[in-house]
Structures are given as C-alpha cells and as structure tokens.
Design a binder for this molecule. Structure first.
Ligand code: FES
Length: 243
C-alpha cells in the first residue's frame, strides 16, 4: 500500500487528505495520472491544474516532500522508490498564493515578469518588408531560455526569493531578461538589464538550486552572471546604480 498525503486549502482552512493507493493503481502512472485517478475514483473535490500532460505547458508543478516537480513528467513508482518510503506528501508550489489545494495564483508572478520588459526593441534596419531576422547561430545562442515553460518550480525552490519576495524576482524572470538582452535582433540589449538590476539582479546568492530543479535544464544562475557581466561592461551608458 502506498499513501499520498495532500496538503489542502479550501479558501478558509488548511487541512490534509490521505489517499491510500495499491501498487496496481500506481503501475506505469505519472504523478499527474495518479492525481487524476484520485480525482476520478476517490475524491472529486481534490483540485490541481494540468493541461498538456507533455511537460510543455508548465501548469502541473507541485511539491513532493517540499521539492517541486512537474507532475506529468514524474513517474510515481520511481518517486516512491527515490524517497525509499511508501508515504509522500504533496503541497502546492511555495512562494505563490494558494487558491485551492494544489492550485496557485500566478497574478503577481506575471506582474513581476512584466517588470523585466521581456521584449526586444527591433534594430533600425528591421522593416515590415525585411522582418526582424536573425541567423540560426544567433537563435541557437538564446534558445535555452526559450525553453522556459513558466512552471514556477524555480520560484518555489529559490532560496533568495523564499527569503524576501519584495526585493527580488522569481528566477525565471531573470532568464527572460537574459533571453532579451542576448537576442541579436535587439537594438537595446540593456533595456531589460536596467529593470533586472532594479529588481534584485545583484541579490542572487548563487545557490544554483534554480538550475538543478528546472525541468528544462535552464541555467538561470549562469544567466544572472552573464547579465551582470553585460551590465558591468556597459554601466556608464545607462547610469546603472549598482549595489
Ligand atoms: S500538464 Fe503541461 S507541463 Fe505538465
């Protein structure tokens, strides 16, 4: 017998539900498929989010024993084995307001991402006719950050963001600042850098947890180092006020 304990919230009260599962009901399932099984067969009141079931949409991230994972990309049997236990505790992502059970609110996180201005300012030679082109090599250089699926796992596990939400951003926001700054089509690579500095770029403590937990292997810690180097090279151009 295997047990999933889920930390739940109904809008007023925090409580736990315990679901006992046979090894047959777990066989070959992902964590997401197990949650769907629980909802369909055991408890229709359990709430969680999911969409693509293919590790693309980023909506199914939850914490297992305090470590965030993509539920659709995590084999449940392997999970129990890796913790060497028959009981696991599921919780919603940390550092997000909880709406219900495993469902979190992304409103603030989207506002924070907007602060970075993750958009490019096309170079003058770009036109309606010629478009805003870049070589395959230049695209390849920034592709890792395009893999971000905004699952929120890095934000949930970030030691610095967990310490203070008010002077630092979710790590994925810095990955998007990096993508913008190093996009060869961008006329002003420093545009999003200034916003990154103002929102805590220098406060990263380089624990590199974001890099280890990212399901897309994005190295946000290294992106932050690249942004700092770029800013130091051009600090006089934008009057950066650095710590
Ligand atoms: S359901 Fe889309 S990433 Fe898991």
């Amino acid at each position: 017998m295997f047990v999933l304990v889920v930390n739940r919230f109904d809008g007023h009260r925090h409580y736990q539900s315990r679901y006992e599962l046979s090894d047959v009901s777990l066989r070959g399932k992902t964590l997401l498929a197990t949650l769907q099984y629980i909802k369909q067969e055991m408890d229709p009141t359990l709430n969680f989010t999911a969409n693509c079931r293919s590790a693309i949409c980023g909506s199914c991230a939850v914490r297992v024993n305090d470590s965030a994972v993509l539920a659709c990309d995590t084999n449940i049997e392997t999970l129990f084995k890796s913790y060497e236990t028959n009981t696991l505790t599921l919780s919603p992502l940390a550092n997000f307001p909880v709406i219900s059970d495993l469902v979190v609110n992304w409103d603030d996180a989207m506002v924070h991402l907007g602060r970075i201005h993750p958009t490019i300012v096309p170079k003058k030679e770009s036109s309606r006719e010629s478009g805003c082109l870049q070589t395959q090599e230049d695209l390849n250089a920034i592709l890792p950050a395009w893999d971000c699926i905004l699952c929120g796992i890095c934000a949930s596990q970030c030691t610095r963001y967990s310490q203070n939400h008010n002077d630092y951003l979710e790590p994925f926001a810095f990955a998007h600042a990096w993508r913008t700054a190093f996009d060869s089509r961008n006329a002003d690579p420093l545009f999003s850098c200034k916003a990154a500095v103002e929102n805590g770029l220098w406060r990263c403590v380089h624990c590199s947890i974001c890099m280890h937990v990212c399901p897309k292997a994005i190295n946000v810690a290294e992106d932050i180092v690249d942004l700092r180097k770029l800013i130091l090279e051009h600090r006089s151009q934008k009057n950066f006020s650095l710590p």
